[in-house]
Design a protein around this ligand. Sequence first.
Ligand code: AMP
Ligand code: GLY
Length: 430
Amino acid sequence: MKVLVVGSGGREHAICWKLRQSPLIKELYCAPGNPGIAEVADRVPIAADEIHKLADFASELGIDLTVVGPELPLVLGIADEFTSRGLAVFGPNKQAAELEGSKVFAKEFMRRHSIPTADFEVAHDASEARRLAKRFGFPVVLKADGLAAGKGVRVVHDEQAFEDALQAFFDERRFGAAADRLVIEACLVGEEISLMALCDGTRLLPLAAAKDYKRLLDQDDGPNTGGMGAHSPAGVLPTGVGLEIIEQVLTPTVRGLAAENRNFIGVLYAGLMLTEDGPRVLEFNVRLGDPEAQPLLMRLSDDLLPVLAQGAAGRFEVQRLNFAKNAAACVVLASRGYPEKPAKGEAITGIESAAANEDVAVFHAGTGMADDNVVATGGRVLDVCATGPNLREALRRAYSAAAEISWPSKILRRDIGRRVLNRGESGSSS
Ligand code: AMP
Ligand code: GLY
């Protein structure tokens, strides 16, 4: 098969890396890709949001399947464009992608379908936000309605932080039209996990659970980011709760979307808080999590390609996905200044030797080439991943490989997985 992957981050590198292993792959392209992806796929110089150009490319080359990594092209309607031209695509259409594109839509959808989530209100300006927030007290959570690359959420603990957030959202317009509306919601307490499933419109193939570390700094301090590390298994999911989430969240979501004429083909991602009262949805995404995809794809023992092709055609032919009984971990190397203003352009050393370690893969996220050197071009730069017989060993290997890579502004969290290990790796192995 000829396959096109859309995107340029660590998630897309991992998708290409996995697809390259398929005996069915004949040609693999990635638009626009990055220098790491170039080792496993042919790069195509078209940006991920240039939907028409991507469709032209897929038509011209006779691409059999397009796999969309990031949310932006999905929310812009890439799947609709491809489908209208008779091109197979694994990713939801614009209507279904609203589940991620609008938090107001997602919250109201959950309310309509009795999907467990935090209590909430919707505000259109600062004074309405002040009035509506009163009934929640502090801490309270404020979320920009639209896409904000994982950075549009503030958990505020006092009046001052609340006012600062309102200023950023409404006065400074830091998120533009994405913050025309705000979701104000009750703050939930518990462990966070990510549970995803591949969907073909009606059926679900759940992935193993993963844990993502969204805060910039150790001990879950500092601002929210796209994710600073991840591992699978999550290590914090009590036996049976995964099934509960599939039954109470993922299945009713796909059914509810279908009932509202928003047939969902693609990856449905639920970010959840495991509270004392049960799992609650924090957010939905309509694509693989980044960096969760990296460890998950390292553990997936099935060939990904036929499953995605079947999903795009609206009919899975397998009943379940199989994951190795091992563990995988990912440590994100970012550049100082991330998420606000990361340093850019510095040359990176040590990638090859780090990647040469057994059971280690180094996925590129924000890298470029300058004078034959790999340089840091993004906030999140490299994802150092490793598998191991258990989480402790996977994390040890990932950290040990991460130490071999350097550039002046390199930063990383030192505590990915630590709290889970200290709990004794309880929870199910999936
Ligand atoms: P979201 O993009 O909605 O997943 O939010 C980003 C992060 O903010 C989540 O991963 C949580 O760490 C935190 N968060 C979001 N909503 C809540 C909530 N209702 N209670 C506590 N923390 C939250
Ligand atoms: N790591 C969280 C996300 O992909 O949204």
